[in-house]
Design a binder for this molecule. Structure first.
Ligand code: TA6
Length: 305
């Protein structure tokens, strides 16, 4: 089901929300408008299709997000890379509908932009429609605020505009760009209870997590954050989050990568997904008229050698 619909033109977006040197709009791949945010700390780009951050490059760093060279920019299809939004369900649809929900294949609208000496900010919105209600029978109002400051922050707020409780599972699904997944570890999850979605095995993480094969891991970290250490690039990427205490770590590895038509066969080596998530076990039930928020911050740093 294609829940995307056309949006404002780039000239209209520029007139209403642009700010020379700080906020611009351009026509992106697939004809989808893209907001370009700049601050003294770096640049990022956000597609109105899917409300999806496509790129983020802090000043003095190489790009922090992976985007597949085979990514498809077509209405109704998710884009493989950047930071897809999984909403209003994470994983398979409760009944019928696309994997990871329809927010990432919907056209969002620009609501507001603002900037200061320290940050540049874009607010996008998505509301229910006949197409979304055919997939998920709840009225809602979504707001995504992307803030480019000394780190990249995303805040997703779900408003229940209906008259009955609304069950939501959700995640940010960031594709971090690494030099080589085989030389990348995730720290600050020592002591975390983990469940391997591939085998069902449960264990407590000891020391930094390394990667040597397909990984689809549910992690309950002791704190609301973790750090990816990229030995190849000599950098760290710190992830902090609120609105959940659960992460999913994912890498498709070689065999699954070959089965993904929108991922180059060898590109699994360049990506690591660290996803703050409300899964079915930690689903959010939002009362009528109330809201629930999920937030993420991504910060690149130099790794101590
Ligand atoms: O990252 C967790 C996960 O649910 C994996 O199981 C895998 O399916 C991944 O998301 C990618 O999903 P997608 O629908 O974007 O191909």
């Amino acid at each position: 089901m294609d829940t995307s619909s056309r949006t404002d033109s780039v000239p209209l977006l520029t007139r209403r929300f642009g700010a020379p040197g700080r906020i611009a709009f351009r026509e992106g791949r697939g004809g989808f408008p893209v907001a370009v945010l700049a601050s003294r700390f770096g640049v990022c780009e956000v597609s109105l299709y899917g409300g999806q951050v496509l790129s983020y490059r802090p000043a003095g760093h190489s790009p922090v997000l992976f985007l597949s060279r085979a990514a498809r920019f077509e209405a109704g299809r998710p884009v493989r890379g950047g930071i897809p939004l999984c909403w209003p369900w994470f994983g398979a649809a409760p009944e019928t509908g696309p994997s990871h929900g329809f927010a990432r294949t919907s056209m969002w609208t620009a609501v507001a932009t603002t900037y200061s000496n320290d940050s540049t900010e874009l607010t996008l919105g998505l509301k229910d429609s006949p197409e979304t209600r055919a997939l998920w029978p709840f009225p809602f109002e979504l707001k995504l605020v992307v803030t480019l400051g000394d780190c990249l922050r995303l805040a997703l707020t779900t408003g229940n505009t209906g008259d009955r409780p609304m069950p939501v599972t959700q995640s940010f699904h960031p594709y971090l760009l690494v030099r080589d997944i085989r030389r990348t570890t995730v720290g600050r999850i020592e002591g975390a209870r983990c469940r391997d979605f591939l085998t069902g095995r449960e264990f407590v993480q000891e020391g930094p997590l390394a990667f040597s094969g397909e990984t689809d891991l549910l992690v309950h970290p002791p704190a609301n954050g973790c750090v990816a250490f990229d030995e190849g690039l000599g950098r760290t990427i710190a992830i902090t989050f609120r609105g959940t205490r659960t992460l999913v770590l994912w890498n498709p590895w070689e065999e699954k990568a070959k089965r993904l038509e929108d991922l180059g066969d060898d590109e699994y080596r360049r990506l690591l997904c660290i996803e703050p998530v409300n899964t079915r076990d930690t689903a959010v039930e939002i009362p009528p008229g109330k809201t629930a928020a999920l937030s993420l911050a991504i910060q690149a740093g130099a790794a101590e050698r």
